[in-house]
Design a protein around this ligand. Structure first.
Ligand code: SF4
Length: 320
């Protein structure tokens, strides 16, 4: 599979404000030197606890925020330093679905206008062609023609997420970042939206970067999975390898808490001790050492290297 997106040593530090407008010296190390590739046509799941940097990563690769350091390539083109103007033609190819379909849709616009809005800016289509495209996409996401003149508040959460998805798909993107797209939905609706996203991926030859805190959701949809902890990637592997044979103690602990029959190595529930340390002053050495049940002397001062421990299976841990 060809590489669609590649990042190297990507970092994002946010300044900590001290009072109104005043910047202190401290920074939040939201993303702190990560590397990965997204292959064309794959779904790359990103998991980790809240605050681990997965959503920031999604925004960085779309250039919605600027990186502090590192490089981002989209289709072999270095897009790290592109200006807003230079990014504009690429925006259509790189889209995002947000977590909350309630706040991301303009309540004063009809469904038809919401879905067609991006086409006005991005495509050289006349009104009739635009409308045809909107209705075609509405059908693809399971919305009926009579929905087109209604407003977002007239729909359920699941239908609103379908509208959000339609608004993205209509632009014919290549890469879609889905940032917790299911977490505002009832569990009964989540499976429908996952099935829809999988079908659209095939129909429109999409690649997804799928962000979620929920390992059972990511397991359904992902080809490969990235596990993040405190701004770092700690493990990356094809889905089955990760669930059958996780390597990093953090991944093992996360999986031990998920009721998945296919998790073969799950023996006992591992309760992570303590809270996630502050990303302002993360632990030296391995960032996970303050909570790791296999921590050794070296872990508190030596940062583990990123290694391929078996084919296509990477982790950063002194045990390997
Ligand atoms: Fe645990 Fe050490 Fe591995 Fe970090 S490097 S995960 S502290 S064993």
């Amino acid at each position: 599979m060809n590489t669609l997106l590649k990042v190297e040593n990507l970092k994002k530090y946010f300044p900590v404000r001290k009072g109104f407008l005043r910047r202190g010296d401290d920074v939040i190390r939201a993303v702190d030197g990560i590397q990965f590739e997204l292959r064309q046509g794959e779904t790359l799941g990103f998991v980790g606890e809240s605050g681990c940097g997965k959503s920031t990563t999604g925004r960085l690769i779309l250039r919605l925020i600027d990186p502090t350091e590192g490089r981002i390539w989209f289709r072999d083109r270095d897009i790290t330093g592109l200006s807003r103007k230079a990014m504009r033609p690429l925006r259509q190819k790189m889209q995002i679905i947000f977590q909350d379909p309630y706040s991301s849709l303009n309540p004063r616009m009809t469904v038809k206008d919401i879905i067609g809005e991006g086409l006005k800016r991005n495509a050289k289509m006349n009104t009739k062609e635009r409308e045809e495209r909107v209705f075609e996409i509405m059908e693809k996401v399971g919305l009926r023609p009579e929905h087109s003149t209604r407003y977002p508040h007239e729909f359920s959460g699941g239908q609103r997420q379908r509208i959000s998805i339609a608004r993205v798909i209509v632009l014919n993107p290549e890469l879609v970042v889905a940032d917790e797209p299911l977490s505002a939905l009832d569990v009964s609706i989540q499976a429908q939206v996952i099935n829809l996203m999988e079908k659209l991926k095939e129909d429109f030859r999409l690649s997804y970067l799928f962000i979620s805190h929920d390992l059972s959701v990511v397991e359904h949809i992902s080809d490969r999975i990235v596990v993040m902890y405190l701004g770092k990637i700690v493990e990356l592997a094809p889905r089955d390898l990760l669930y059958d044979d996780p390597k990093h103690p953090y991944t093992i602990a996360l999986l031990s808490a998920v009721p998945l029959p296919q998790v073969k190595k799950k023996k006992e529930r591992i309760i992570l001790k303590g809270d996630i340390p502050s990303p302002i002053n993360p632990p030296q050495g391995c960032r996970f050492h303050t909570r790791c049940n296999r921590s050794m002397e070296a872990c508190s001062h030596l940062e583990p290297k990123w290694k391929e421990v078996e084919k296509d299976h990477f982790t950063a841990c002194h045990l390997f």
